[in-house]
Design a protein around this ligand. Structure first.
Ligand code: G4P
Length: 527
């Protein structure tokens, strides 16, 4: 049956959750599954994610099994109120890697979960910056309102200050922790009362003056009057609601709630699916060509490759973000980089609790393609004659470094081949010391090193010795500014894999010292 592409695409909401570990990403994801009917009780995601019992027999590479990562948690598609919602996971904790950043290239919006007891934390800031660079809308959920947290005004001010984005509170807490009465909802013009029982909620409309209509005991409470006062202050001194600014990522709507108890969560989801954009046009390398999601021709790009899902078969899954058209099982597509034609026979879509063969997918969706080594991160694929090429994915400034040498000098060849391929694939970044051409690998997360070491051994039979160099600040300089004497023990001079000069500074002090000494040299970073 032919699908109505436009209608299907407009139903898509593809987003990632950005947060610092423990802010509540898993809990809110679970609520999404719960509200959409994909799971019946909370605790399912967690049980899989952390305890991993269900996946004891899964095909994952050993390292991932140990960590309990599973492909089913990489992307989940659920039906929420008639919308097809794709939640793309951004691995945090020790699983933080360049993949986490790259995932943000494949989504149309981000949900930023903040622990209201803590405020903006470092990982949130880093992930926010990547989203901000793309100009995608960011929806903030101030979580853990069931606990005593920081003052709401202070939290919003901090958000604006630390992240440099304007905020628009959609609702405002009436109390917090044990004293939580409800939410004063500026957007829906109502008070959302926390019921006496879990999950119970009551909505009371606001009158013209912004007062809850009717007689209610809570209106006598100072908590309510305080919320009214705050709301008034926000209306007078705060930002205005502006859909255009939200859409371009310049204004973040802020919601308060508790992912754990579910309070305020539905209000958040409803506004999110309503305000978050459907898949939009995607630019290509050729500036004159922009891909429209409703174009009939299928196009997409690969933003992540999960290697060795099944050690026995050594297959890999390439994650494809569909940018236009619809996917049909068995369709032929061209891989732009090589011109090779591939048949999309073995694909997979990701549901809440199972890995299923893809039946139908359209622009905005993410499909997994079983790959035997043809595909690379950043690759474009297309059907028919569209012949487009999407812009390359950005590289991210690594923060952790290791010196790496082959354990067995007799195996130099497989060592070099392995490194070259893994670097090309985007698994790790490679640098060479300027003077001695020693290999240094760089990553944004520790997991990347472990995967690198594991894969070199298992796929290339090359055992490596890795010597940690710790955290460094990597800064690129222009070749014309380069003077090898600039290098010292505090700023190691290297070249990246394209031959560009890069300094690895010991710390901020070392970078500042360099800047003072060479004021005319511009230090650049990747994202
Ligand atoms: P993450 O994926 O962002 O790392 O966070 P996750 O959802 O796993 O939540 C981290 C901890 O915070 C969990 O507690 C979780 O129950 C708790 N949490 C999440 N949302 C809320 C909330 O709205 N209110 C409160 N009070 N707690 C919340 P944990 O003790 O580490 O895990 P668990 O063993 O209890 O599940």
């Amino acid at each position: 049956m032919a699908i109505n592409l436009k209608k299907e695409v407009n139903k898509r909401r593809t987003f990632a959750i950005i947060s610092h570990p423990d802010a509540g990403k898993t809990t809110i994801t679970e609520q999404f599954l719960l509200f959409s009917g994909a799971i019946r009780e909370a605790g399912t995601v967690k049980a899989k994610g952390k305890k991993s019992n269900k996946f004891a027999k899964s095909d994952w590479m050993e390292i991932e099994k140990q960590r309990g990562i599973s492909v089913t948690s990489s992307v989940m598609q659920v039906d929420y109120d008639g919308f097809q919602v794709n939640i793309v996971d951004t691995p945090g904790h020790e699983d933080f890697s360049e993949d986490t950043y790259r995932t943000l290239m494949a989504v149309d919006a981000a949900v930023m979960v903040v622990d209201s007891g803590k405020g903006i934390e470092p990982q949130t800031k880093k992930l926010f910056e990547v989203c901000s660079m793309r100009g995608i809308p960011i929806f903030t959920f101030m979580n853990k309102l069931d606990r005593d947290g920081r003052e709401p005004l202070e939290l919003v001010a901090e958000l604006e200050e630390v992240l440099g984005i304007d905020a628009y509170p959609m609702n405002w807490p009436m109390g917090m922790g044990k004293g939580l009465l409800g939410l004063y909802d500026l957007y829906n013009k109502r008070v959302e009362l926390k019921g006496s029982q879990e999950g119970e909620e009551t909505y009371i409309p606001l009158d013209e003056e912004g007062e809850a209509v009717g007689e209610h005991p809570f209106k006598e409470s100072s908590i309510y009057t305080q919320a009214l006062e705050d709301a008034q202050l926000l209306a007078e001194a705060g930002n205005e609601f502006d859909r255009e600014l939200i859409n371009t990522g310049k204004l973040t709507p802020v919601f308060f709630g508790s992912a754990l108890t579910g309070f305020g969560v539905q209000t958040f989801f409803d506004a999110f699916v309503d305000l978050a954009p459907a898949p939009s046009k995607v630019e290509t390398k050729d500036e004159s060509i922009v891909v429209d999601p409703t174009d009939e021709q299928f196009t997409g790009f690969i933003f992540k490759i999960q290697a060795n899902m099944n050690p026995a078969h050594r297959d890999r899954i390439a994650f494809i973000r569909i940018c236009s058209g619809s996917f049909e099982k068995g369709m032929n597509v061209t891989l732009k980089r090589t011109g090779k034609v591939l048949r999309l026979a073995h694909t997979t879509q990701f549901m809440a609790d199972s890995r299923e063969e893809t039946q139908e997918a359209v622009a905005g969706d993410i499909i997994g393609l079983y790959d035997t080594g043809n595909l690379q991160i950043g690759d474009t694929i297309f059907s028919g004659k569209s012949n487009v090429e999407f812009k390359p994915l950005p590289q991210f400034t690594p923060e952790l470094f290791m010196k790496v040498t082959p354990k067995n000098v007799m195996k130099q060849k497989s060592f070099h081949k392995g490194i070259e391929q893994l670097v090309q694939e985007g698994a790790i970044q490679l640098y060479k010391t300027y003077h001695t051409e020693e290999y240094i690998i760089g990553a944004v997360g520790q997991l990347q090193f472990e995967v690198f070491q594991y894969r070199l051994l298992h796929e290339y039979n090359a055992e490596v010795v890795m010597t940690p160099m710790g955290n460094k600040i990597a800064r690129w300089i222009d070749e014309k500014d380069l003077n090898p004497n600039m290098s010292s023990s505090r700023n190691l001079l290297t070249r990246d894999r394209f031959g560009n000069p890069v300094f690895l500074f010991e710390n901020q002090f070392a970078e500042n010292w360099f800047k003072d000494k060479y004021p005319d040299v511009t230090l650049l970073q990747l994202l």
